[in-house]
Design a protein around this ligand. Structure first.
Ligand code: NAP
Length: 275
């Protein structure tokens, strides 16, 4: 498979490394001149600047995973919507019909009353974050790419271990809310899984098997580290949402880190080995 990873950061890089290892021809696109993952070809370009996208290779698969520089409405519109549009147009001549995994977010659901959420849950797109992400999800599909909008929960993993650091430092605060997460390695593996499906779904939620109260995660981390349980803030019924990964599992995906326990245990063990 010839794959273009557009926005090659924390998740994109992990995916690209694994895809190159399994023999795919992988190009990784970003603005800065950094060493590409082993076995990958680097393309220095700006997704929002068509002039820089003129010579893209012909590909069978696209992974779209950039992050806006500034998380305001203009930043979201530019990176997610304009970036997707410029890339899809640049690829539409030679790579029309390619598979496209569009990395999006469970934040598009805008649910904050603890409800369960799945791929069929409505997304009215009230706030600008949800509205711009939803608009971005539609771009490649509208231009003929076989698109899966992969809505990831909060990504964590090596170097993205703020929860452990805050609990260890005694600065973590627990609010009454449900949280949903995905380990970086599983996020990358889900992208690979989707690209291998005979009939990829248009929308797929990418979270682990354990939507969980924030208190449960932070208390577990505190007890594993042997430090005091974090401070509580706020009371009442929990907010947030509980995202289902049943469709993902039903499509044959197996998690390396099915819950925060396996994921954070691995991170804590790695940190203790280095200490
Ligand atoms: N972080 C989370 O918890 C979370 C949760 C749900 C969904 N997501 C989504 O998951 C995706 C991957 O997240 P991540 O944490 O892996 O991202 P990341 O580490 O921030 O990497 C983003 C990459 O995009 C590149 N990029 C940004 N703007 C670009 C542009 N205009 N042209 C070309 N490249 C550009 C950046 O490189 P340069 O700066 O060199 O261009 C960087 O390599 C993103 O779409 C994010 O919104 C994240």
């Amino acid at each position: 498979m010839r794959t273009l990873v557009a926005g090659c950061g924390y998740v994109g890089r992990r995916f690209a490394e694994a895809a190159a290892r399994q023999g795919d021809t992988v190009s990784v696109l970003r603005r800065s001149a950094t060493t590409p993952p082993e076995g990958c070809r680097a393309i220095r370009a700006d997704l929002t600047d068509p002039a820089t996208l003129a010579d893209l290779p012909e590909v069978d698969a696209v992974v779209f995973a950039p992050t806006p520089d500034v998380r305001d409405e203009a930043g979201y519109a530019r990176t997610y919507v304009e970036g997707a549009r410029c890339l899809a147009r640049a690829l539409s001549d030679r790579s029309s019909g390619a598979r496209w995994v569009h990395v999006s977010s469970t934040s598009v659901f805008e649910v904050d009353d603890g409800r369960c959420v799945d791929e069929k849950t409505e997304t009215p797109g009230r706030g600008f974050r949800a509205a711009r992400l939803l608009e971005s999800e539609r771009v490649p599909a509208d231009l003929g790419f076989a698109t899966t909008a992969l809505r990831l929960g909060g990504i964590y993993g090596p170097t993205r271990d703020g929860v452990i650091r805050r609990v260890r430092a005694g600065t973590a605060v627990v609010r009454p809310r449900y949280t949903n997460r995905i380990h970086r390695n599983d996020a990358a593996a889900i992208i690979d899984h989707v690209l291998g499906l005979d009939a990829p779904p248009p929308i797929l939620i990418g979270v682990d098997r354990a939507p969980v109260l924030e208190a449960e995660v932070l208390d577990w981390v505190a007890s594993t580290l042997g430090v005091a349980a974090p401070r509580r803030e706020g009371e009442g019924d929990p907010g947030g949402k509980r995202c289902s990964s049943d469709q993902l599992v039903g499509s044959g995906f197996a998690f390396a880190y099915p819950s925060f326990r396996e994921g954070y245990a691995a991170l804590i063990e790695a940190q203790e080995r280095l200490a």
